[in-house]
Design a protein around this ligand. Structure first.
Ligand SMILES: [Cu+2]
Length: 165
């Protein structure tokens, strides 16, 4: 019956929402959360306010802007393009969907391509797990992010940070 599949999917999505909400609270640096998080209120992962959209507030070191990224299923990040303004501090909250363990490395594109220790990373993000990393984008870039679990980068598991002027 179609209704059964829909219900199962709804439960799965609810579980994800709860998991994301729980983890984003736990992952917050010590400090005020603020009364409302537009991205959470919007409900969907794609509703995050980026540069130029209503409600956009640039992230700072004391109040980083939160960007949620889903790793997988498969060798993809969603979104694979993250717009920022120069100098922003972003807290990436990365959730793995599917059974494959991923990582999230971010920084100058050359370092990220080379899997350099100079670029910070979150290692070993397991299924339905969310881990976070704050990064300040100094300079014009180019910046990128990627997963360097064996074979994943080669399979296309990478994304770009676009810097608005
Ligand atoms: Cu991966």
């Amino acid at each position: 019956m179609p209704a059964r599949g829909t219900s199962a999917r709804a439960v799965a999505m609810l579980a994800l929402a709860i998991s994301l909400a729980a983890c984003s609270t736990a992952g917050q640096p010590a400090g005020p959360m603020g009364p409302g998080i537009p991205g959470m209120m919007g409900g969907a992962l794609g509703d995050q306010a980026g540069p130029g959209s209503p409600g956009f507030v640039a992230g700072t070191t004391s109040a980083p802007r939160i960007v949620r990224i889903v790793a997988g299923p498969g060798y993809v990040f969603s979104p694979s393009e993250v717009p920022i303004v120069a100098g922003e501090t972003i807290t990436f909250e990365v959730t793995t969907m599917g059974p494959t363990v991923h990582e999230f490395m971010v920084g100058p594109a050359a370092d990220v391509s080379a899997d350099s220790d100079a670029a910070p990373e979150i290692a070993d993000i397991g299924m339905m797990e969310t881990k976070s990393l704050a990064y300040t984008f100094d300079g014009p870039g180019p910046f990128a992010f990627a997963c360097h679990e064996p074979g994943h980068f080669e399979a296309g598991m990478r994304g770009v940070i676009t810097v608005a002027s």
